[in-house]
Write a protein that binds this ligand. Structure first.
Ligand SMILES: [Zn+2]
Length: 187
């Protein structure tokens, strides 16, 4: 069973709650699979085509995904460029967040292919150029989907980010920071 990018996009656009039909993840933990076995139709998503251009089909065909229980959500393995995904997040996470995270992580996949240092520790998380670029793509797509600034702030917020860092990231992304204060995100 796969996650269909276009289906997810529709889900997001129509604000429908649709269960991702994932199962048998136990048997695939720690194993490497083609991205396209589990994420379908992303090569048709404009936001993804903006990342890889004409190479989109080829990159997604070659991309591998690793399923891991460790790590909260999604990431890119800086050693081999594989997408790393926690299946629990795919099963339980917010569908809009998952969709935007795929966009974000695919930017890191391209950066890896370009030989960029994904986790340059000279920068804080929210100032790291590779993160700023990945967030730009995700936020641009969020805006195209007409998500509110409040909802985008909610998306940007993660438990490893301080209130100050969230404000900084929101500011860099031109997301209304007043929404952060009103939502109590600075706590
Ligand atoms: Zn990132």
């Amino acid at each position: 069973m796969a996650i269909d990018g276009r289906e997810l996009l529709e889900t997001v656009a129509l604000q429908l709650v649709k269960a991702l039909r994932l199962y048998r993840f136990q048997s695939i933990i720690g194993t490497v699979h083609p991205f396209s076995d589990y994420f379908r139709g992303f090569e048709k998503v404009e936001a993804v085509r903006r990342i890889f251009g004409e190479k989109t089909e080829q990159v997604l065909r070659d991309l591998k995904v690793e399923f891991l229980w460790i790590g909260g959500y999604m990431g890119v393995n800086s050693g081999n460029g594989h997408l790393m995904v926690n299946p629990k997040y795919l099963n339980k996470g917010d569908k809009t967040d998952i969709y935007l995270d795929v966009i974000h992580e695919l930017v890191h996949v391209r950066q890896f292919m370009e030989g960029k240092e994904l986790f340059d520790s000279h920068y804080s998380y929210t100032e790291r150029p590779t993160e700023v670029e990945a967030y730009r793509h995700a936020v641009e797509e969020a805006r195209r989907l007409s998500l509110s600034d409040e909802r985008i702030c909610e998306y940007l917020k993660t438990e490893w980010m301080s209130g100050k860092e969230l404000e900084q990231l929101a500011s860099t992304m031109n997301v209304d920071r007043k929404q952060i204060q009103e939502s109590g995100f600075t706590e």
